[in-house]
Design a protein around this ligand. Structure first.
Ligand code: 8YV
Length: 312
């Protein structure tokens, strides 16, 4: 019997089309009367396709009594309740590895762009301020800085590998000490105090909610920069905005925000932050690889009850 699959979004048209060809695919984002849909289809759905951004809200999961598997587009699973999944025996897959290079590249791009003020420099040349006022103000060198990485997982390790040739010294903080030569810090505040650049590449979720608070930002200090490719939730955002406004830190490069995509309008008024719209994995190549891995996980489950990249 054809499996009924619920997609929370269009993961990309080509991959949605592949799934629609093989499965009885329903798009929740296209359903007007969701309650009537769940009354009719809820018990027939055995698989959900979602993404790091959409996750699976409890009110949807509760309407799917026969759910077996969730295949998610992305590596973040902070919006999927893994404990609830485990309690119900629901398996979950994500798309690790295929996005690591692009996310690590984005982190490095934001680090350089923030210290060297790429956006301000572009405006200086483009707007005629250069011709009118002469050279733009000097920026800060990456070379010789101390880079403190929060979360030395797959992405954090790749960031470190890419950052080393730029001449930075590397330290890290995380749940556990890793078999690496970089300096391990027992506490986040010690890392922030040591670092010139604090790089966030840890998972989101309850364990890391708001860990970058006013105290950590003040330890980072007025010559310090914050780069975030992790989750907006990791940062106490009002504290970050205040720190940028009052120059408690020198600047920030952010790919992620607390309230995406409706980010706090205060960010737009700051000249010491570079904003990127949660697009670290957003290349054609990586999003294709992620889409394919979502489909491959779903097919592996359908064919043989296995997942290729399970998280639980
Ligand atoms: C996702 C992400 O691509 O993987 C993650 O956790 O945040 C991004 O790479 C994006 O959220 C797509 O929904």
């Amino acid at each position: 019997m054809t499996r009924s699959v619920l997609a929370m979004l269009d993961v990309r048209p080509a991959y949605t089309a592949m799934m629609a060809e093989r499965y009885d695919l329903h798009r929740l984002d296209q359903v007007a009367d969701k309650s009537a849909f769940f009354d009719e289809m809820g018990s027939k759905i055995t698989a959900v396709v979602t993404s790091a951004r959409f996750g699976l809200p409890a009110e949807v999961m509760d309407r799917l009594p026969n759910l077996e598997v969730i295949t998610s587009f992305g590596v973040g699973y902070d919006l999927i309740d893994l404990d609830a999944c485990q309690a119900r025996g629901i398996r979950v897959s994500i798309t690790p590895d295929v996005l690591t290079d692009d996310v690590a590249d984005t982190a490095i791009m934001l680090m350089h762009a923030t210290l060297r003020q790429l956006v301000h420099g572009d405006d200086w040349a483009r707007s005629g301020k250069w011709a009118e006022n002469g050279p733009m103000a000097m920026t800060r060198s990456v070379r010789g800085k101390k880079l403190g990485i929060v979360g030395l997982g797959r992405i954090g390790k790749e960031i470190a590998l890419r950052a080393a040739p730029s001449g930075v010294e590397i330290g890290y903080f995380g749940r556990s000490r890793k078999a690496v030569d970089y300096a391990f810090f027992e506490s986040l505040i010690e890392l922030a105090d040591w670092a010139d650049i604090l790089m966030l590449s840890c998972p989101g979720g309850d364990a890391t909610k708001g860990i970058i608070d006013a105290q950590v930002l003040s330890a980072l200090g007025s010559n310090g920069f914050l780069i975030n490719v992790a989750r907006g939730s990791v940062v106490d955002e009002p504290a970050l905005i205040a720190a940028l406004q009052r120059k408690v830190i020198a600047g920030a490069g952010l790919d992620v925000f607390y309230n995406e995509p409706k980010i706090d309008p205060a960010f737009a008024g700051l000249d010491n932050v570079i904003l990127y719209p949660h697009a670290a994995s957003g290349t054609v190549e990586t999003r294709d690889a992620m889409g394919q891995l979502v489909v491959d996980n779903l097919n592996a489950w359908d064919d043989r009850g296995e997942l290729i990249t399970p998280i639980v």
